[in-house]
Design a protein around this ligand. Structure first.
Ligand code: CO
Length: 177
């Protein structure tokens, strides 16, 4: 069963510049920025109701997202649905002969199960599926708690200039590693 749209991911060349539209003009709030080593990207999370807009900025030039940006330019990258049973959803897709990038779920951040559906089976849209692990909400809270201090400072800096804000986040990230 599909629970909701988890996030819509948009590839941008620079997070700072993207904030001009998404935050300043549209009015979304920047919740936090995470570096996802496995995908070679920085991800900015902008909650919108029950879902997030995720801005993906490639850090590693060899990453899939970097190649996507070089080839197709900035724009929408994928839609992610949260499901309650990812194996059941994959089985359903297979029964409909939909080609899958991940035949079996792989593990994403926080231990969640994820899988991608191939765009050639979806009319050109890259679709991601998420199944949260039972302890994911608790982990997320923990992580948010750890970030609160940094965010408080970050938001203050943000008012003074986005560039400094991101520099601050990046500094914080390195400290954490
Ligand atoms: Co995603």
């Amino acid at each position: 069963m599909i629970k909701k749209i988890s996030h819509i991911a948009v590839v941008v060349p620079k997070l700072e510049e993207a904030m001009t539209f998404w935050v300043d003009a549209l009015g979304l709030t920047l919740d936090h920025v995470e570096h996802v080593e496995a995908q070679g990207v920085d991800v900015a999370f902008l909650p919108s109701g029950e879902s997030d807009i995720e801005l993906l900025r490639p850090v590693d030039e060899e990453s899939g997202v970097a190649r996507y940006l070089q080839k197709r330019g900035p724009g929408m990258h994928h839609i992610c649905f949260e499901v309650d049973d990812i194996e059941a959803t994959l089985a359903r897709l297979k029964a409909h002969n939909i080609p899958l990038i991940n035949e079996e779920p792989t593990f994403g951040t926080g231990g969640k199960k994820i899988a991608f559906v191939h765009p050639k089976g979806t009319g050109g849209v890259l679709v991601e599926l998420y199944e949260l692990t039972p302890d994911e909400p608790a982990r997320r809270l923990e992580r948010m708690d750890a970030m609160r201090h940094r965010l408080t400072e970050g938001r203050r800096v943000y008012a003074q200039g986005v560039r400094a804000f991101f520099a601050g986040l990046r500094y914080g990230r390195n400290e954490e590693e």
